[in-house]
Ligand binder design. Structure first.
Ligand SMILES: Cc1cc2nc3c(=O)[nH]c(=O)nc-3n(C[C@H](O)[C@H](O)[C@H](O)COP(=O)(O)O)c2cc1C
Length: 191
């Protein structure tokens, strides 16, 4: 699969097969963040890997899925849950604003996973105080995002954004995600 095909199919996945992500893939995820570009090469991004079934189960109630969908459609059921989480943490002791560095790390992390067939969901709607305590994250480290991982049990397709769809993703008749994207003409212009 070409990089463009990988980028096109690397969508957000929210239902998963109950199969563990192997350790060599976990090592790839860590490596993908380790070698990410960052401003002044300061490398402020840290990870907390949550990969035992018991620990994963404690994270599940502290994240919120698919705000555009009713919970019965968007929230994974007990046998659809991710099998791995990574907490993405900012080392705030390092100078500068790390927003771009975090974004690049998230992109590398989720693309490295997808290269191994592992789907992901970046999660910002999380109970930060509870997760910070659960994952033993201490100042100056700051929890920014959780990323859920697993082998997807659904597909996700890009569809044209129309007046009818707006930006909201929806499920089709197969319960696959349809993700509207703006046209090339709308997002880019030639001088
Ligand atoms: C910064 C960020 C935060 C997100 N937070 C959540 C979240 O809390 N819960 C969720 O289900 N999806 C979350 N998403 C996934 C987005 O809803 C998803 O990326 C968007 O709908 C576009 O779908 P796509 O990733 O397949 O292109 C988040 C994505 C990003 C980039």
């Amino acid at each position: 699969m070409s990089v463009m095909e990988k980028l096109s199919t690397r969508r957000t996945y929210r239902r998963f097969r109950q199969k563990a992500v192997p350790q060599d893939v976990v090592e790839d995820l860590i490596e993908a963040v380790r070698i990410s570009s960052s401003a002044a090469n300061r490398q402020p991004v840290r990870l907390v890997i949550v990969n035992t079934p018991e620990a994963v189960a404690t994270v599940q109630p502290l994240v919120k899925w698919a705000a555009y969908l009713p919970p019965e459609q968007g929230t994974p059921k007990a046998d659809e849950q991710p099998t791995l989480y990574a907490a993405v943490v900012d080392d705030t002791s390092l100078p500068g604003d790390h927003g771009v560095d975090l974004g690049i790390a998230l992109a590398n992390l989720t693309l490295a996973a997808w290269d191994k067939g592992v789907g992901s969901c970046i999660m910002g709607a999380i109970d930060k105080p509870a997760l910070t305590e659960l994952l033993h994250i201490e100042e100056p480290q700051k929890l920014m995002y959780m990323v859920a991982f697993g082998y997807p049990s659904h597909e996700a397709h890009i569809v044209p954004m129309t007046e009818e769809t707006g930006v909201k993703y929806y499920l089709d008749e197969n319960r696959d995600y349809c993700v509207p994207k703006r046209s090339k003409e709308e997002i880019a212009r030639y001088l």
